[in-house]
Structure formats: C-alpha cells, structure tokens
Design a protein around this ligand. Structure first.
Ligand SMILES: NC(=O)c1ccc[n+]([C@@H]2O[C@H](COP(=O)([O-])OP(=O)(O)OC[C@H]3O[C@@H](n4cnc5c(N)ncnc54)[C@H](O)[C@@H]3O)[C@@H](O)[C@H]2O)c1
Length: 437
C-alpha cells in the first residue's frame, strides 16, 4: 500500500517512518523546503530518540520519501494523512487554516478514490468541514471518504508509542474506509492492540477528552502538593498511595511547575472553546487550566520569596524543554519562569542537553552554559525545571561548591529533601517541604 502524509513535523514524520517500517510505501510532504531538504539527507529537524535510525533504514529500503509537493503524495496513495499543526488562536480555538489549505490542495490533485485522514488534533466537527472543503475545491466529482485517526504519541517516546499504542482510534462513516485503515494498521492488530472504531465526531472528541483528563490529573496533584506544603505532608507518599488504587492509577501524579508542551495547553483551551460554542460548561477543565497557570506563578513567587529582590542576582536554570528527551520548548514552564526572573532583573544562566538552540531564539538574554556545573557557578540559586536523566545524579558537593549561595529549587522533586539539607543546601521542592517555606 502507498500512503501520503502531509505535514512532516513530530507527528507526521514519526507516523511516516513507523508505517514505512511496517512495510508501507510512504511519501511525506512538508511545505518547509529546508526541512524536506535535510530530511532527504536523513537529518532530523528535532530531537527524538531512535528516529534518525528509523528514517535512514526506510529511506535506504526505498519505502520512505520526502517532497514539498502535495501532488507527489496523492498520485499513488490510497490513504492521505493530514498531520499539519493546529496551533491555538488568541481566543483559545484551534487554528484550522493549515488543515483547510491542505484539503484544498488535495482536492485539486485527487483523481481517484482516496481516504483523507486527520491525524492532527482537530475540534469536533472538523471531519464534516473537511468533507465540505474538499467538495468545494474539487473540479470533478471524485469519490472520497474522510476519517479521524487521532494520535496519542508522546514526544520523547514517540516511536514506542506509535508501535505499541494503548489503543488505535478510527472514526469514519464508510465501512470501506474503516476496512482499509484497519488493514493499514494490521501489524498493530496482530499484537492485540485494542481498536476503537467509531464515528468521526466521537473520534475527534476522544483525543481532546484524553488530553484534558491527563492535564486535569497533573493540576489535581499540583494542588494537592501545595496543600502538602501547607500542612507538612509528603506529596510523593500521597501520590504513591493514590496510584496504588487501580481506579486512579499511578501515572500523571507527579507534581511540578505545571504542564507545558505543544498539546495539553492548546488542547485544553480548544476543548473549552468548543464547549462554550455549544453552550456547555466544562468547569473541571477550566479549573485545570487556571491551576496550571497559577502553578508556574507559585514557583516564581517561591524563588522571589527566598531570594528577595532579584536585581542583579545570578540564577542557574537546569532544563529548558517542556519535558526530558525532547527539544520542544512550546509552552515549556522553564520559559515562563526564566522570563519572569529576567523581568525582575535577575541574571539567568541556563543549560539543557538538547534545547539550548531553540531557546536561544526566544530568550537571547540568557547566558547559555555547557553543563550543570557551569550553570551552578556563582549562582545564588539553582532551579531544576526539567528532569533530564543527567540531572538525576549530579555531583551535589561540586554543585554546592560552585554556587555562591546554596539555594536549590527542585521543581521536579528529583532529590531527597533530607539528603539535600544534610549536604547543606537550602532545598525547596514541590509538596515535600514540611513547612520549610
Ligand atoms: N507533538 C505531539 O506530541 C503531538 C501528539 C499528538 C497529536 N499532535 C497533533 O498533531 C498535529 C501536528 O503536531 P506536530 O507537533 O507534529 O506539529 P509540527 O509543528 O511539529 O509539524 C507540523 C508540520 O506541518 C507543516 N505544514 C503546515 N502547513 C502545511 C501545508 N499547507 N503543507 C504541508 N506542510 C505543512 C509544517 O511545516 C510543519 O513541519 C497537531 O494538531 C498536534 O496537536 C501532536
């Protein structure tokens, strides 16, 4: 089978490379010429473990190719995935202009039956719109089906998530489209991946409901962490005991500076927008968003509370990406925290194993360093924001020696409070502070 993928970002490239690995012939298209040029040379434009090898292997075997022209992905393909961005507009709604643009192009070049599948996260009702947009832009009357196949992969473990997902969701109106998509996903069917086959609207909503629920879980534990700090309880023990209840589960109960990334912040807001448009109140999701924004502010106030006036004070920041194993800094808590510290007059020095170049463009006033120890040098505080593995086993004596004042803000609870205090740090974490703040 041949398939086309329009939009070769995180989702499009991982999807394309993984389907090629399954033996499917894939053409990935992106309008970004620079990106396509480097992909043809097997240069991956972002950091994702294992992806370069996968892309290279499938280019070499002739199953994966790249182009800037949508036509190239349509001519020989039966299935065309749309994987372009759906960024938030000012009012929180999802911007569907890239999706619409792609639909118009597909319609122009389509000369035989195709299934147009949205992998992009799109609001409920987009499937219907796609059908209309394609019909409007078609010159002839070529038959096609529209389907929704939301993607649940996580950056940093994207290949594993695609190859061994918890479920595959397919929403479509026609049984032909469902049969073809099931056939495409046969390798996953064979390893007993659960398939949810439903209508397009339900499939579209599943993605938003899932992300909003996970975001809510994070905000919930962050609020409990703040209460733990106030009453002298340990949030790790609370979360562990909660997670042992199988109705709750242990995942997404890690307190921190709030969620970021390219999905949760935008998808929660887009869901709220859709609900409002339909006159439905989603007060739980609304609270999760509000709590998340407040959590970042609490972290900033905590640093200011300890250091006092930040003017001229040197602060080291460890970790810039929104989570480990990615260079994605979209909505990263570190960026908000650094911007607030700079605003208050602090001198910020920072390090991240892979996200420095991306951050430099957004925050040029930060002094970027080569490792954690350089970042700690002469600092009056060190703030660990992203829990990269290399920050989990730091030489803490060396860190303390390098610092001017031993104020350690561990926003991911990587270290043991007792051990840190013993070493001589003024140690501040999230929900395990036992009345030290
Ligand atoms: N990143 C994730 O972890 C993730 C996970 C699940 C779902 N999603 C969803 O998948 C979608 C894509 O996300 P992403 O992170 O891959 O975005 P991305 O920004 O990394 O990639 C989008 C790509 O689409 C290209 N593009 C835009 N308009 C185009 C056009 N008209 N023709 C061809 N290419 C075009 C852009 O150049 C870009 O390379 C979004 O809706 C997102 O919400 C993302």
């Amino acid at each position: 089978m041949h398939i086309g993928i329009i939009g070769t970002g995180y989702v499009g490239l991982v999807t394309g490379a993984c389907f090629a690995e399954f033996g499917v012939y894939v053409t990935c298209v992106d309008r970004d010429e620079k990106k396509v040029k480097s992909l043809k040379k097997c240069k991956i434009p972002f950091f994702e473990p294992g992806l370069e090898e996968l892309v290279k292997r499938n280019i070499d075997r002739g199953r994966l190719q790249f182009s800037t022209k949508i036509k190239d992905a349509i001519d020989s393909s039966l299935v065309i995935f749309i994987a372009v961005g759906t960024p938030p507009r000012g009012d929180g709604s999802a911007d569907l202009s890239y999706v619409k643009e792609v639909c118009t192009e597909i319609a122009k070049h389509m000369d035989s039956y195709k299934i147009i599948v949205t992998k992009s996260t799109v609001p409920v009702g987009t499937g219907k719109k796609i059908k209309e947009w394609i019909k409007e832009a078609q010159s002839g009357n070529v038959d096609f089906d529209v389907a929704s196949n939301p993607e649940f992969l996580r950056e940093g473990s994207a290949i594993e998530d695609f190859m061994r997902p918890d479920r595959v969701v397919i929403g479509a109106e026609s049984s032909q489209a469902i049969a073809i998509l099931k056939d495409l996903y046969r390798p996953l069917y064979l390893i007993e991946t659960p398939f949810v086959i439903t209508d397009i609207e339900t499939a579209e909503l599943i993605k938003y409901a899932s992300n909003s629920f996970l975001a809510t879980k994070i905000s919930f534990i962050n609020e409990i962490a703040n209460l733990c700090d106030a009453v002298g309880a340990d949030v790790h023990v609370v979360a562990k005991a909660m997670g042992l209840d199988r109705r709750i589960g242990p995942k997404f109960l890690h307190p921190g500076p709030g969620f970021g990334g390219s999905c949760f912040p935008k998808d929660t807001k887009a869901l709220l927008h859709v609900a409002k448009a339909h006159g439905v109140e989603l007060s739980v999701v609304e609270a999760a968003v509000k709590t998340n924004e407040r959590q970042r502010d609490i972290m900033i106030s905590r640093i200011k509370g300890v250091l006092g006036d930040l003017k001229g004070k040197k602060i080291g920041v460890l970790g810039l990406s929104f989570k480990p194993n990615t260079n994605d800094t979209r909505e990263a808590p570190a960026l908000y925290i650094i911007a607030a510290l700079l605003d208050a007059g602090a001198v910020v020095q920072a390090y991240d194993p892979v996200a420095v170049e991306d951050t430099r463009k957004l925050l040029p006033d930060v002094k970027y360093k080569n490792d954690a120890y350089e970042t700690a040098k002469a600092a009056e505080a060190l703030v660990l924001v992203t829990e990269w593995n290399e920050f989990r086993n730091l030489d803490l004596e060396k860190i303390k020696k390098a610092m001017k004042e031993p104020n350690f803000f561990d926003l991911r609870n990587v270290y043991d409070p007792e051990k840190m205090t013993k070493i001589g740090f003024n140690y501040y974490c999230v929900g395990r502070n036992k009345r030290t703040i």
